[in-house]
Design a protein around this ligand. Structure first.
Ligand SMILES: *[C@@H]1O[C@H](CO)[C@@H](O)[C@H](O)[C@H]1NC(C)=O
Ligand SMILES: *[C@@H]1O[C@H](CO)[C@@H](O)[C@H](O)[C@H]1NC(C)=O
Length: 374
């Protein structure tokens, strides 16, 4: 008689290999010769779930060993997500999304990036306001609306997906804000612009490795514009600059400007006029599974409720495309466009707690917001 642990492994390998050739096993419990106990049943149910998830997200793995390894990570992530949702202390819900077969380390390595220091040349040669530290954070003027959503004003392009292996969130955030600023200024539809051109040609940034939105604006300014994504399509990897396309300008900007440092009031005033690019600390394990609700930077793991996210490790970038609530309103949040596809979050968007106690804003979003001027 096999020990229950090794019979479990045998059963799993059976299911893994069988379902590679057969349609999804409709009732794993009916498998001949497989002993049944609680743990095994749970594993088989989880394996069915894994196969359903694989089909939904178009996943496949090289070999049974890798598949079992991914299954194990998937199972742990599902347990983490469900426990966090059951806990009841979170102000938002988590979902088993496309990242469920990745460890947190793998996720961070492939979906975030370091910031780069704005280049000296950029600071010297542009009229962009350099961040002024220490000055007061003035309240936004009263005329600033109580809420605005550039998405439902048709000034935001569909949510994009930076893909599995490129940390160019900075390019997506910069491009999203240029697209919207252009549409608002021209009173038209937003053009779908090229992140790849920035990844390949913007020498102030480092493509899929790291970048900064202000550098990207500076590059667009110097190039006299940016191509659209049909001219210069996304490749999900660093490439050689296609210089012949540099003149194919689908939109341009006149300048760019930093929002007052650590001042959500001034960020609101800026977002009321056009979307704004922000850096964001997305190290939180819960954030990558965000599904709906108001994200407040808190997480639950192994029964421990912790957070909020810090502000000094802004490894991700987002485009703030609207907000709800100001002043003494009970409900207040930013509406942020992410670049992890439409299956992440609220159809690709996230609601972030607005007007937090820390001047840096939630997860550092108010530290260095920046926007293009068309
Ligand atoms: C647009 O968004 C704002 C802010 O979220 C909301 O108040 C408004 O109802 C929305 N309008 C439509 C048509 O969805
Ligand atoms: C993209 O830009 C090119 C010119 O650079 C233009 O011919 C083409 O129509 C644009 N495509 C879209 C979808 O806007």
């Amino acid at each position: 008689m096999l020990s229950s642990k090794s019979s479990l492994a045998v059963a799993l390998i059976l299911v893994v290999t069988l379902t590679d050739v057969l349609p999804l096993v409709s009732s794993s419990r009916g498998l001949v010769g497989v002993p049944t106990d609680g743990a095994l049943e749970d594993s088989l149910l989880m394996m069915e779930r894994f196969h359903g998830w694989m089909a939904k997200h178009g996943k496949s793995y090289a070999g049974v060993e890798e598949k079992l390894r991914r299954f194990d990570i998937f199972r742990r992530n599902v347990e983490f997500i469900e426990a966090a949702n059951r806990d009841g202390r979170l102000s938002y819900t988590l979902g088993v999304n496309q990242f469920a077969d990745l460890t947190h380390e793998e996720f961070l390595a492939t979906h975030t990036s370091r910031r780069v220091v704005p280049s000296e040349e950029m600071v010297i040669t542009t009229r962009a306001g350099v961040v002024v530290e220490g000055a007061n954070c003035k309240p936004a003027p009263n005329v600033v609306p109580g809420s605005i959503n550039w998405v439902n004003q048709s000034k935001v392009t569909p949510v994009k997906n930076q893909g599995k292996v490129c940390g160019a969130c900075w390019a997506f955030s910069a491009v999203a804000t240029i697209e919207s600023a252009y549409a608002i200024a021209k009173r038209g539809e937003p053009p779908v612009l090229s992140e790849q051109e920035l990844i390949d040609c913007d020498t102030f940034d480092r493509g899929c490795t790291s970048g900064e939105m202000s550098n990207a604006y500076f590059w667009v300014l110097r190039n006299g514009g940016i191509a659209n994504s049909s001219t210069y399509p996304y490749k999900e990897t660093d490439g050689k600059c296609e210089r012949g396309k540099l003149q194919e300008r689908a939109a341009t900007i006149r300048d760019y400007k930093f929002v007052k440092h650590n001042c959500e009031e001034q960020l609101m005033a800026a977002v009321a006029v056009r979307p704004v690019a922000v850096g964001f600390d997305s190290n939180d394990e819960c954030f990558k599974f965000y599904q709906a609700g108001l994200y407040d930077g808190m997480c639950v793991k192994h029964g421990e409720y912790f957070g909020p996210c810090s502000s000094n490790d802004r490894i991700h970038s987002l485009a703030i495309v609207g907000y709800v609530g100001k002043g003494g309103d009970r409900v207040k949040y930013w509406i942020a466009k992410n670049s992890w596809g439409e299956k992440w979050g609220k159809k690709g968007y996230v609601w972030l707690k607005k007007d937090v106690d820390e001047p840096e804003g939630l997860c550092g979003l108010a530290i260095q917001p920046v926007y293009p001027i068309v």
